[in-house]
Design a protein around this ligand. Structure first.
Ligand code: GAL
Length: 378
């Protein structure tokens, strides 16, 4: 090949390269069908865009999983709700299709879910009786920081929405806790004489309803649904019964691990045992997770320590719990889902999904760089 020819060939190659569309790593990732989970990396949706569904929850509906989560924007402003609740769907849990915004925030600044409010940890359940999809979320009114501590409700006839905002409030106003059999007398509240800080907050909030921040919704096998939330300035987790339509609290609830400050509660059930996984309260920074078990949903719940094992266990591998997914049709298959928050650039938050390992009735969560659903076969 003479010099002229070599130059010509180089030019041709360079031309071809330059005219080719630049493929970002995210686009590349989605072009190849995903066959495994890679916790903490960019998870591209069907458009090659990092999935934007933080603090999320999943619903299995007619053969598909739907993932609902907080849509975050770039920068620190992304810690407030500027867009709404984003929804994605998947048949295999690895590859996700963007279904758009399921619940948009309101452009009306007087609305409870006005742009700039804080709308966190949305969870959706389907109500067979009303045939409605019911979404609950943690709501902080615009401009009030984390003071309002309300729960919000939206419903839809279609799984991916659009959802209609119904109301927001503090639950169980005027109701004293329910004490399951076995509750020690020392754990019962007397508002004439609150024994500690958490009982003080409980009694303070009794007339107007309990604070409701980090949360989940749990659907039991008997069709009953429960709202689980950090209450009493996060000192206690409340497990509260929802009515048959799943659209209101009934006033029956118990207090779990009062006085210890638990956030990010996620709940599941296996072999008749209820499991609760939560975190400590260090804002966006990770801390050790904690788990509890109980024979009845209302408790008494037993504290079991940190379910995470190995390097990174003391900071939940950099994440904070958001949901535990029972895999449809598989026995003993549960995914622990956590968020790795990036508050300085909220949109860049990552998803840490890890399998839960059972040792008898005990659980363990171990870090895995990559894994797939075959781990549940073993
Ligand atoms: C976390 C909580 C998040 C968010 C954050 C705000 O502890 O789990 O959902 O509320 O605090 O600092």
């Amino acid at each position: 090949m003479n010099i002229k020819r070599i130059t010509f060939t180089i030019c041709l190659l360079a031309g071809a390269f330059l005219s080719a569309p630049l493929i970002s790593s995210a686009q590349h990732a989605q072009a190849v069908k995903a066959t495994q989970f890679t916790p903490g990396t960019i998870w591209a949706d069907n458009n090659g865009v990092h999935i934007n569904a933080h603090g999320g929850g999943l619903l299995f509906d007619k053969g598909k999983y739907y993932w609902f989560g907080e849509h975050k924007i770039a920068g620190g402003a992304g810690n407030r709700a500027m867009v709404g609740v984003h929804c994605y769907s998947s048949k295999d849990l690895y590859n996700w299709k963007d279904e758009g915004i399921a619940l948009p925030i309101s452009p009306d600044s007087t609305n409870d879910i006005a742009k700039g409010c804080i709308l966190e940890r949305p969870k959706v359940v389907y109500n067979k009786k009303t045939k409605k999809y019911v979404m609950w979320f943690h709501l902080e009114l615009r401009g009030q920081g984390y003071k309002a501590a309300r729960t919000g409700l939206a419903t839809s006839d279609k799984v991916a929405g659009p959802y209609t905002f119904i109301k927001s409030y503090r639950p169980n106003a005027g109701f004293m806790p329910f004490y399951p059999e076995g509750t020690p007398d020392a754990d019962k509240v007397d508002c004439a004489n609150p024994k500690n800080k958490s009982e003080g907050f409980f009694c303070r909030d009794l007339p107007g309803g309990q604070m409701a921040r980090d949360m989940n919704v749990f659907l039991d096998d008997d069709g009953k649904a429960y709202h689980i939330f950090s209450a009493e300035e996060n000192f206690t987790v409340d497990i509260a019964e929802l009515n048959d339509d799943y659209t209101a609290h009934t006033g029956k609830f118990s207090r779990v691990y009062a006085g210890h400050q638990t956030e990010a509660p996620a709940i599941f059930k296996r072999n008749g045992i209820y499991y609760l996984i939560g975190s400590g309260t260090t804002g966006w920074d990770p801390n050790p997770a904690r788990w509890f078990t109980a024979k009845s949903i209302y408790g008494p719940w037993t504290y079991r320590g940190n379910p995470c094992k190995g390097a990174g266990a003391e900071i939940t591998f950099g994440g904070q719990s958001t949901y535990v997914l029972p895999i449809a049709g598989k026995k003993d298959a549960f995914i622990f889902m956590a968020d790795k928050w990036t508050p300085k650039d909220a949109i860049d938050g990552r998803y840490l999904w890890l399998p839960i390992t059972f040792k008898g009735d005990d659980i363990e969560i171990n870090w895995a760089e990559k894994w797939d659903l075959n781990v549940f076969k073993k």
